[in-house]
Design a protein around this ligand. Structure first.
Ligand code: UDP
Length: 486
């Protein structure tokens, strides 16, 4: 086949959790919208969540985006249909899930062998995709699904281990060394993996990433320039900012809702949006803690009390299995709404009635709030959420924390309780009329405008994606020439 005229073909393979799949599906759409032949690799149940959206890109818009399925291993001891991390409810299942995902190497290798893409973009947790890429002589780009700030902070902690100094107890803050901003953390905010398999996974990820061609970042340069530069200049990594990727869905309400998977745009979601239409601008507090994190009834009792005494109108998204205090919903009818399960988050965040977001600081949620121009009340729980909190509260200064300093894995519901007073104080300081609250709102609004600007034609994220596509096309052409000559 004539090499130079061959269309660039990119394979994208996300980790099977909503927080990882949603942005990678968006990245796939972005590549396809630029005419790049794009294949999204998913397991059947996960694929069913995105079929409509892929079909719209492909059939209605004519973008070269296709889905390829690989079967999720059966008989692994996971709950029926447990192809997604949100089906996992305890640590033993997490380990089974990670082992099952590991078994996808062979079918993935077969897909790559048959399709011969020019490049693989895969999630940081799919460490073995690095081996597959190496075997086929193609570049692998890694997707972290995190901020530049967090990627850099993680690297610095791993290099210097400042927390290991005997001086520091679990809760005594230490200063992060060699970092652009003065950031303090405590040992208790750093990840602790109780299972050796997860520790090994993180080590594998670091090893695989050191060989990666580069990083595809869901961020935009103007948001965290010091850290985008730090990653490139100090850590010597190559990275392309292509975000906020969720903005690729902003052409229609349906699209934004469907981006939240097909179950987001149900009657409950529509009712919430209708209710928001009747509320005053910036008057409603939105609480949602991502796709997998759950809280105990005791914690919810504190949160409920804080919401009630703050007097704020609210939308509170809880998982179906979570329990709110008895009578809370009835007492607050008209003042707020509780959504069970899955919210059309981007539509809610962008509604003018929303004033602030109580978030666990998952990077997608954080960036979605930034894009919507909203200040945040930060309540990190696990993963790199404590790092994202620092970006929001200390660098961007568009949020206030509830004061959680205990990193506890997401599937563990019992954690130190955050008291109602602390939650209420954080809510008041962000939703209130004080100077600080006004300043935060103004800064958040400005960042929201910058976020929307970054993806416009000719602007930073648009340009970075163009550069990446050009470079990959060149790399592929060179490889074909070399292959022909050898
Ligand atoms: N999300 C949503 N509705 C929900 C909960 C989550 O649409 O009820 C989306 C949210 O918009 C975000 C993603 O799921 O895009 C969650 O990713 P994040 O990184 O914030 O957290 P994680 O789920 O990975 O903890």
């Amino acid at each position: 086949m004539g090499s130079e005229t061959r269309q660039l073909h990119v394979f994208l393979f996300p980790f099977m959790a909503h927080g990882h799949m949603l942005p990678m599906v968006d990245i796939a759409k972005l590549f396809a919208a630029r005419g790049v032949r794009t294949t999204l690799v998913l397991t059947p149940r996960n694929a069913s969540l995105f079929e409509k959206s892929v079909e719209r890109a492909n059939k209605a818009r004519g973008h070269p985006l296709e889905l390829r399925l690989i079967r999720f291993p059966s008989g692994t001891g996971l709950p029926d249909g447990g192809e997604n991390l949100d089906h996992v409810t305890n640590s033993a299942q997490t380990v089974r899930f990670v082992s099952a995902v590991r078994m996808l190497e062979e079918p993935f290798d077969e897909l790559v062998e048959a399709a011969r893409p020019d490049c693989i973009i895969s999630d940081m947790f799919l460490t073995w995709t690095a081996k597959v890429a190496e075997k086929h002589g193609i570049p692998r780009l890694v997707f972290y699904g995190s901020s530049y700030f967090s990627v850099c902070l993680h690297d610095v902690i791993m290099r210097f281990h400042p927390e290991k100094s005997a001086e520091y107890s679990e809760t005594e803050p230490f200063l992060v060394p060699d970092f652009p901003d003065p950031i303090e953390l405590t040992k208790s905010q750093l990840p602790v993996f109780s299972n050796p398999m997860l520790t090994a996974l993180m080590a594998d990820a670091a090893e695989a990433d050191s060989k990666a061609y580069g990083i595809v970042q869901n961020s935009f340069y103007e948001l965290e320039p010091a850290y985008a530069d730090y990653l490139r200049e100090k850590l010597g990594k190559r990275a392309w900012s292509v975000g906020p990727v969720a903005l690729c869905n902003s052409e229609s309400t349906e699209e934004m809702a469907e981006r939240e998977t097909t179950n987001g745009w149900d009657d409950e979601g529509k009712e919430v949006l209708r209710w928001l239409d009747s509320q005053k601008p910036s008057s409603v507090l939105y609480l949602c803690f991502g796709s997998i994190c759950k809280f105990s009834p005791a914690q919810h009792a504190e949160t409920a009390a804080a919401i009630e005494s703050s007097g704020c109108r609210f939308i509170w998204v809880k998982k179906k299995s979570e329990v709110l205090p008895e009578g809370f919903e009835e007492r607050n009818r008209g003042k707020g709404m509780v959504l069970n399960g899955w919210a059309p988050q981007i539509l809610i965040l962008n509604h003018p009635a929303i004033g602030a977001f109580v978030t666990h600081c998952g990077w997608n949620s954080t960036l979605e709030a930034i894009t919507a121009g909203l200040p945040m009340i930060t309540w990190p729980v696990f993963a790199e959420q404590f790092f994202n909190e620092k970006l929001v509260t200390k660098v961007l200064k568009i949020g206030v924390g509830v004061g959680n300093i205990s990193w506890v894995s997401w599937e563990v519901e019992e954690r130190p309780i955050i008291k109602r007073e602390a939650i209420e104080e954080a809510v008041r300081s962000v939703m209130g009329e004080g100077e600080e609250a006004k300043r935060m709102r103004e800064k958040a609004r400005e960042l929201g405008e910058m976020a929307k600007m970054a993806v416009q034609k000719g602007q930073s994220s648009y340009r970075d994606l163009s550069c990446l596509i050009e470079e990959l096309a060149m790399h592929s052409a060179q490889k074909t020439t070399t292959d022909l000559l050898t």
